[in-house]
Design a protein around this ligand. Structure first.
Ligand code: AMP
Ligand code: GLY
Length: 420
């Protein structure tokens, strides 16, 4: 098979790494020249992905990021007769519009924080006051994970309303969602979906804040562990029954069946798991440890999800734990430098490395073939171990051997009790 991967960050390198290990796959192409994907033999698709897929005999397209999904890439691929893993634009609204997702959850009965949606400042300010100030203010549309303010005081919440409706996030902030602030540990439960059924993956936990102890600004994700020690199979089953399957049923009933990965970002509250957000794709960095834990060929699963006939059995996972530590450029998530040479990278394509993989996120090859940084999140050092302590130890042993100017990372990824 020839598989085209759309996107080129750490998540897509992890997907490419898993896909490249499938005996069914003889050719991989990629829309972004991520050096890790290129090392796996990925060819650069420099044209429109639909044109490329049609003219190069692509058998399956796997779409990593949300933007092309929301823009309807899967609709265009389906129209051209190319099997694609990912939701249509109509189904991707679960991530594209927070207001739509909240309305949908209320209608279907999926537990979530109380909320209201506003396009006027007066309405939004009144909603903040009604919640007593401690609330969460969100831009309705896609804002690259940055359009959410968890406010501790009324003043902070009012300021966030003015910023979002004032145009800080462009059209994504034309509406604002005000939510009750929930408390508890966070958890990501992702499921492969085929339009009818949700097949959960192992649970994972992201670490969104920049600094140790869950302090500092929100980021795209500084590391992830899979599975977290405090989450058992009974909780995942509860999330499947109360969140993921009802979502798939509800989308099918609306005539917009959901195929691809549905990602439930949850808060484990004293009243049970509640949904903070839906994403319509693999999480980044959750995907990296998930790919190390998966113990079967992913390609038939992606094909079956796209075709609407996922197997009715649990997926196979390795025992143990995987931990991903993200190395970032100094200044991230604010302003950071680019173009620093990266040293100490493992040689080869890492295809046969099962216990330690350095995934490329924001890197590129310069004209001399030297890998240099090209983004804020640079590398995702992902290690497997028989238990959490071993996985963490392995990842943190390797991190300091990878070197670039201003390199920084959190030291507490996966530590029990660490939140945020
Ligand atoms: P979102 O992009 O909606 O997942 O929000 C980003 C982060 O904001 C989440 O990972 C949570 O840490 C936090 N958050 C979002 N909604 C809430 C809420 N209702 N209560 C408390 N924290 C929240
Ligand atoms: N890790 C969070 C996300 O991918 O949205």
């Amino acid at each position: 098979m020839h598989v085209l991967i759309v996107g080129g960050g750490g998540r897509e390198h992890a997907l490419a790494w898993r896909i490249a290990r499938s005996p069914r796959v003889h050719r991989i192409s990629t829309t972004v020249p991520n050096p890790g994907i290129l090392a796996l033999g990925g060819e650069r698709c420099a044209t429109d992905p639909v044109d490329w897929a049609v003219s190069h005999g692509v058998d399956l397209v796997v779409v990593g990021p949300e933007a092309p999904l929301v823009e309807g890439l899967v609709d265009r691929l389906e129209a051209a007769g190319i099997p694609a893993f990912g939701p249509t634009a109509a189904a991707a609204r679960l991530e594209a519009s927070k207001g739509f997702a909240k309305e949908f959850m209320d209608e279907v009965g999926i537990p979530t924080a109380r909320w209201s949606s506003h396009d006027t400042a007066a309405g939004a300010h009144a909603a903040v006051d009604a919640l007593g100030g401690a609330c969460v203010v969100k831009a309705d549309g896609l804002a690259a994970g940055k359009g959410v303010v968890v406010a501790s005081t009324a003043a902070e919440a009012h300021r966030a309303v003015d910023e979002i409706l004032g145009g800080r996030f462009g059209d994504a902030g034309a509406r604002v969602v005000i939510e009750e602030r929930l408390q508890g540990p966070e958890l990501s439960v992702l499921a492969l979906c085929d339009g009818r059924r949700a097949l959960p993956l192992l649970p994972a936990r992201d670490h969104k804040r920049r600094f140790d102890g869950g302090r500092g600004p929100n980021t795209g994700g500084m590391g992830a562990v899979c599975p977290p020690a405090d989450v058992g199979a009974d909780l995942v089953e509860r999330v499947r029954r109360t969140v993921l399957q009802p979502a798939v049923d509800g989308m099918a009933a609306r005539g917009t069946p959901f195929r691809g990965v549905l990602y439930a970002g949850l808060m484990l509250t004293p009243d049970g798991p509640k949904v903070l957000e839906f994403n319509v794709r693999f999480g980044d960095p959750e995907c990296q440890p998930l790919m190390l834990m998966l113990d079967e060929d992913i390609v038939p699963l992606l094909v079956a999800a796209a075709a609407g006939d996922l197997p009715q059995r649990p997926l196979q996972w390795r025992p143990g734990v995987a931990c991903c530590v993200v190395m970032v450029a100094g200044g991230y998530p604010g302003v950071y430098p680019r173009g620093m040479a990266v040293h100490g990278l493992p040689a080869g394509d890492q295809r046969d490395s099962h216990d330690l993989v350095v995934f490329h996120a924001g890197t590129r090859e310069d004209m001399d073939g030297q890998v240099v940084t090209s983004g804020g999140r640079v590398l995702g050092v992902t290690a497997w171990g028989p238990d959490l302590a071993a996985a963490r130890a392995r990842a943190y042993e390797v991190v300091p051997t990878l070197r670039f100017d201003t390199a920084a990372w959190r030291t507490d990824i996966g530590l029990p009790g660490v939140q945020g």
